[in-house]
Design a protein around this ligand. Structure first.
Ligand SMILES: Nc1ncnc2c1ncn2[C@@H]1O[C@H](COP(=O)(O)OP(=O)(O)O)[C@@H](O)[C@H]1O
Ligand SMILES: Cc1cn([C@H]2C[C@H](O)[C@@H](COP(=O)(O)OP(=O)(O)O)O2)c(=O)[nH]c1=O
Length: 188
């Protein structure tokens, strides 16, 4: 089982991953960007906001994804893998390019491997605004509410287009309610 938790910044991914870690003691927990040694460097470059070109930024994330598939996903594909983000973020966040082209590029990076289960946490613009105001924002979060809501829409479009098995959960529900929905989806 290759499980991914997706959602825009502040949707509650880390909160739910902490809970999953207690339940899935033998699972491999990983993340994109930054789930490998090379990925740590690529993550710092991508999130530092140094790239002037959005295309250059996208290729940093794609390089991270290719390394992650090779080093983490392929060797563990017969175990339970639970990842913070995936190809879905890769396609959704590169919002200057059209989704079909991005699908092709991303499938090269993942060698056609896709998650078996995706949990999408969805925020309303109001809740997103509140949560962003509560934290220090990185260069991507500073792009604002409309930018991130558009990314969230693209995540859903991408999941449908790739025909991935997913559940969309209202991220404003109580933490325990979300936890229960995830449990049911994963049949644990
Ligand atoms: N269901 C929830 N209801 C209200 N606040 C939440 C919920 N889940 C997470 N939060 C809070 O929202 C913020 C962002 O959550 P976090 O898990 O760090 O999101 P992400 O990893 O997706 O960026 C944190 O302050 C967290 O405590
Ligand atoms: C995987 C991926 C993430 N991102 C963005 C989403 C996030 O804003 C950022 C890093 O994600 P994340 O690790 O979730 O950030 P944080 O530790 O602050 O919660 O990178 C892309 O722009 N493209 C991608 O392909």
């Amino acid at each position: 089982m290759y499980v991914v938790i997706e959602g825009i910044d502040t949707a509650g991914k880390s909160t739910q991953l902490d809970l999953l870690q207690k339940k899935f003691k033998d699972a491999i927990f990983t993340k994109e960007p930054g789930g490998t040694q090379l990925g740590v460097k690529l993550r710092a470059m991508a999130l530092g906001g140094e790239a002037k070109s959005k295309i250059a930024e996208m290729f940093l994330f794609l390089a991270d994804r290719a390394e992650h598939i090779e080093e983490v996903i392929k060797p563990n594909i017969n175990n339970t893998i639970i990842s913070d983000r995936s190809v879905i973020s890769g396609i959704a966040y590169a919002s200057q390019l059209d989704i079909d082209k991005l699908v092709d590029l991303n499938l090269i990076a993942t060698e056609n491997i896709l998650p078996s289960h995706v949990i999408l946490l969805e925020l309303t613009p109001e809740e997103l605004k509140f949560r962003l105001s509560q934290k220090e924002n990185d260069s991507i979060e500073l792009r604002g509410i409309d930018y991130l809501i558009n990314i969230q829409n693209r995540m859903k479009i991408t999941l449908e287009k790739l025909n991935i098995n997913y559940i969309a959960i209202d991220a404003s529900l109580k933490i325990e309610e979300i936890e229960k929905k995830i449990e049911d989806f994963l049949n644990v």
